[in-house]
Design a protein around this ligand. Sequence first.
Ligand code: NAP
Length: 513
Amino acid sequence: MTSGKNLVAGKWEHNSKAEQFQTVNPKTKVPITTIFQQATLDQINESVKGAYESFDLFAETSLKDRAFFLKCIQEEMLLAKPQILELYQEESALPEGRANGEFQRTIDQIQSFIELLHEGSLTQVCINTKGPDLRKMLYPIGPVVVFGASNFPLAFSTAGGDTISAFSAGCPVVLKAHPYHAGTSELVARAINKSLEKCKLPLSIFSHLGGQSHEIGRLLVSHNLIKGVGFTGSLSGGKALFDLAQKREEPIPVFAEMGSVNPIFILEDKLKTDSSLVKDLAQSVTLGTGQFCTNPGLIVVCNPMNTLDLANELSKSIEGLELPPMVHSNIQNQFDNKLEELESKGKLDTLYLSKSCSAAIGSIQATKFLKDLSLGEEVFGPFTLIVECKTNEEMLKVATLMEGQLTTSILGSISDQEISKKLLSILKSKAGRILFEGVPTGVAVTQAMQHGGPYPASTDSRFTSVGTDAIYRWLRPIVFQDCPNDLLPEILKNENLLGLKRKVDGEITSRAL
Ligand code: NAP
């Protein structure tokens, strides 16, 4: 059951004077009964103060204790699974298979952080005993704000990668719930709150604030006790929050994962010979009604002999397709407006709109595209633009002028290798993940994953928001010089009671000093 209340430094607070809002089923357009309360200024301040006051204690918890906390979150979420899945589907209208898959992905993500904490290398202890005694480790940055994302109500929201990586680092979290799925978010927040209780940790380590005014996010990011921000969403939202954080008296890092069209470059021979290309691309463009950060919004083909009319073939494959509605009417409206703009400007050579769903396919000659690169901006949803190149040189030019991306793909055959090499040398500085097979949708949650790229894909291309390396956004190096053993954090002490592997005078060892 949801209450619509805010969780303020560990207490569910009712405020009869708060502004109210409801979530809506995107398919039926029927509002869901719970009345949610918008967080007030006092609640924002109280939440941040609570997070700040609990920081020292949380930062000093052992990695084992933090792993147990995450285990409890998994258990509480599993106990509430039927209610979470029911509300997830009502608030997003995403199908049962997707709901189940995203729930399991969220549980698996938590599991990967549990394993990371047990393994212990995340603190990167480095000790130098010759000369001054230097003991370096990674330490949590402090209380952070996390924004729930609209397109993944579980995996990139309340107990998603941002929150769980921050908890693993030892950072308290103030969560700004996404207003499109406030109920799902509340149910997950309850699981986190109960887990803190079970672990006898300060409840103020986690707050959950609702609202549908940008003001709440702005106040949280501006608060002088907040030390970092995690965000997934629009370029305009991420950039606004980033700018705000840089203008503070004490600037703080904002790790925003924003727009990306994930260009796929298809080379001449591949276009001729790969019979599954059309099916794979159509599936990737329309997966999750196109609302994935890794959705391929731009496909650049080298097609000098007109061997395949890819736009036409893709158009055929979306003809009778049925797709779930987009997660909110605002996203659908933005999608429709952008397509209308493309159509009315008449800048594309063709624009095919499916009659059975929202999917759309556009095409344009590279010579025209190169004169107006704004045509390559993200149209968030099931749309892709095919850019037709007549020569490899045109393709290289498109690659050179491309903005930063989460992913880019080079699909070529053996005989395309020479041009692949040239493309690769350009694309290495454009994207965080470069694929040579398949499609960019589907992001493996492993330590080797990189989900983040040069601006505007994200605000700091050195970090990832998927996979266990996401934890490094919330940690900073600190070195203790000639510090008495008793004053050192447990993992730096001579005894090494936790038996962690440490780098001591250049040697990896778990022995005591
Ligand atoms: P959004 O508008 O960026 O909002 C995400 C969160 O950030 C919301 O909680 C919102 O708060 C807050 N926010 C946005 N702008 C803000 C600002 N200027 N100041 C303070 N807070 C701000 O994204 P969305 O609602 O998820 O979807 C809208 C559009 O985002 C989509 O149409 C799509 O273009 C894009 N999007 C892209 C990706 C991607 O991965 N590339 C993913 C999701 C969405 P409130 O709404 O509560 O004020």
